[in-house]
Design a protein around this ligand. Structure first.
Ligand code: DQA
Length: 147
């Protein structure tokens, strides 16, 4: 299995650390990327890390991953709750997919309790702050190592 993994981030996560810090904390997306890169090198994974506010870009990265990657970690942000298109793209990807939410979406508004992406995800992490990304990457590495 390929040791290339994609970490994909949906809309507004470019503002991480600045928007609603009481919910999402003070860590920026650049900090998250740096942590993921350090961990990926420890786990001997190759990493592609992306963020977009545009649904089609997330879909295009999933298609790209389809050709090359061993797994995907995705925080689809608001697209989690709205996007059949992101779900369809992930359904066309064969490897493991882990869904990450920084906040505990189940403790929040009812519209955040439903996730289209969870219909495809092999695991979901919510409410572990930005540490959730590292946990998901470790699980992905374990699965890739087992193959
Ligand atoms: C989020 C939770 C979503 O409901 C929200 O739209 C986000 C971020 C999280 O990481 O907690 O933008 O995915």
């Amino acid at each position: 299995m390929s040791r290339l993994v994609y970490v994909l981030n949906g809309p507004n996560l470019n503002l991480l650390g600045k928007r609603q810090p009481h919910i999402y904390g003070h860590t920026t997306l650049a900090d998250v990327e740096a942590e993921c890169r350090a961990l990926a090198s420890e786990l001997k994974l190759e990493l592609r890390f992306h963020q977009s506010n545009r649904e089609y870009e997330i879909i295009d990265w999933v298609h790209e991953a389809r050709e090359t990657a061993g797994g995907i970690v995705i925080n689809p942000a608001a697209f989690t709750h709205t996007s059949v298109a992101v779900l369809d793209a992930l359904n066309a990807f064969d490897g493991p997919v882990f869904e990450v939410h920084i906040s505990n979406v189940h403790k929040r508004e009812a519209f955040r309790h439903h996730s289209y992406v969870s219909l495809r995800a092999d695991g979901v992490i919510a409410g572990f702050g930005t540490q959730g990304y590292s946990l998901a990457l470790r699980r992905l590495a374990t699965l890739i190592d087992e193959k």
